[in-house]
Design a protein around this ligand. Structure first.
Ligand code: V47
Ligand code: SF4
Length: 372
């Protein structure tokens, strides 16, 4: 839809003058302020947010929807932290596991040879340092020399680097030498310190999370960012979180994707909090797309929100469907996600994307198109 068509559509509806001012800014690709974003969260309806978010989505990523052939490996659920929302760690799941380096290599060896990316995220094991994980990365690269390794949330990195007695810069440089290519977006949760202290007190601070991504970017290691939403936070807290990310991206430009993670309430210490509605999920995707004008991609993580909501999210700012994953991911299935064995063939991913009228584009980990 063109800018004029979108404006015409909006002016026919009962949109307030204040919201129309924001709409014009968006159609001129101007940055929206925190105050304006609060107005969007509080006053705009879903249709209005969808038109704005979709306009930006199509300006940035046309009618394309990206997906990747990837494999998720969770090395362990043993963890020094006790995040209240976690359903996955040994403490909360009641059962601990850890793959040995040989078992991890076996998983890689057995995986599809077309895979382009391995995503590795797990618990923060008390005894595993940077060299332990670095050696695993090095061994994976021997098996699959061209694979992109996106591994370890900032919280895992923080601990393994400290345990090895290195500075952040030294630790990340070492990991890069071992073969680390990028960093996933986990561990960000919510940056507001008061809420962070309530839901994951022992975890790396917000300042540290941002510092780790900034140092990684300075070393040429790109990364993703997430938010855990739909628990104790309010709209201002979400905007504050987005703003800290937008400010860092202004400095470094090395965030690839933003991934909103909906709080799931099964089997954790926050089960008393109801999950937010699907409407709220879509509003949150849309506002994220509108605010994060310097993030190239917004990702829907389908194992968490399901296939159908992921399809609908493509009209609310999302342009990335993540990937084929595999069937061993437990973080969300234990927290109550519908899909207990998340795994999708590329044909199914493509069909889901085509059903929404979008064009599926297979990408590599850096969003370069792969033609097969
Ligand atoms: O940081 C844990 C979240 C994250 C729950 O970079 C929960 O491509 C909802 O980082 N309800 C880890 N969320 C996963 C992660 C990730 C996932 C997909 C793609 C990428 C990427 C990164 O999982 C944690 C936390 O925010 N999480 N428990 C829960 N009950
Ligand atoms: Fe550990 Fe991650 Fe669970 Fe927190 S969310 S307890 S850091 S596994």
């Amino acid at each position: 839809m063109t800018e004029q068509e979108s404006l015409n559509l909006l002016s026919q509806s009962s949109v307030s003058k204040g919201l129309m001012v924001i709409a014009r800014k968006v159609f001129n690709m101007e940055r929206v302020s925190e105050k304006e974003t609060l107005k969007l969260f509080k006053e705009a309806d879903l249709g209005f947010l969808g038109i704005l978010a979709n306009y930006i989505r199509e300006k940035k990523n046309k009618n394309y929807t990206y997906y990747i052939r990837n494999l998720h490996i969770e090395p362990t659920n043993k963890c020094i932290h006790d995040c209240k929302f976690c359903s996955y760690s040994e403490r909360n799941a009641g059962q601990g596991w850890e793959y040995s380096p040989d078992e991890i290599i076996e998983i890689v060896e057995k995986s599809d040879t077309n895979i382009n990316e391995i995503h590795i995220v797990g618990g923060v094991h008390p005894k595993r340092d940077l060299f332990y994980y670095g050696n695993i990365i090095q061994r994976i690269k021997k098996v699959r020399p061209n694979i992109h390794i996106k591994a370890f949330s900032a919280v895992e990195l923080d601990y393994m680097i400290k345990l090895s007695g290195l500075t952040l810069f030294e630790g990340l440089s070492e990991l890069k030498k071992f073969g680390l290519n990028s960093i996933p977006g986990g561990g960000a949760e919510i940056f507001n310190e008061k809420i962070r202290n309530k839901i994951c007190k022992s975890k790396s601070t917000s300042k540290r999370w941002l510092e780790i991504h900034e140092v990684a970017h300075s070393l040429g290691i790109p990364s993703n960012a997430t938010i855990l939403y739909g628990h104790l936070e309010n709209y201002s807290d979400r905007i504050d979180h987005l703003n800290r990310l937008r400010n860092l991206q202004d400095k470094t430009s090395l965030f690839n994707a933003f991934i909103p993670l909906k709080f799931k309430n099964a089997n954790n210490e926050m089960s008393n909090i109801s999950e937010v509605s699907v409407i709220e999920d879509l509003r949150n995707y849309a506002v994220s797309r509108i605010f994060l004008d310097n993030f190239p991609h917004i990702k829907a993580y389908w194992p968490m929100i399901g296939r159908e909501l992921s399809q609908i999210s493509l009209s609310f700012g999302v342009d990335d469907f993540d990937g084929t994953i595999n069937d061993s991911t437990k973080i969300y299935s234990l927290a109550g996600a519908e899909d207990k064995n998340p795994s999708m063939k590329t044909e199914e991913l493509k069909t889901l994307i085509k059903q929404t009228g979008r064009i599926p584009v297979e990408r590599d980990a850096l969003y370069r198109e792969i033609r097969v």
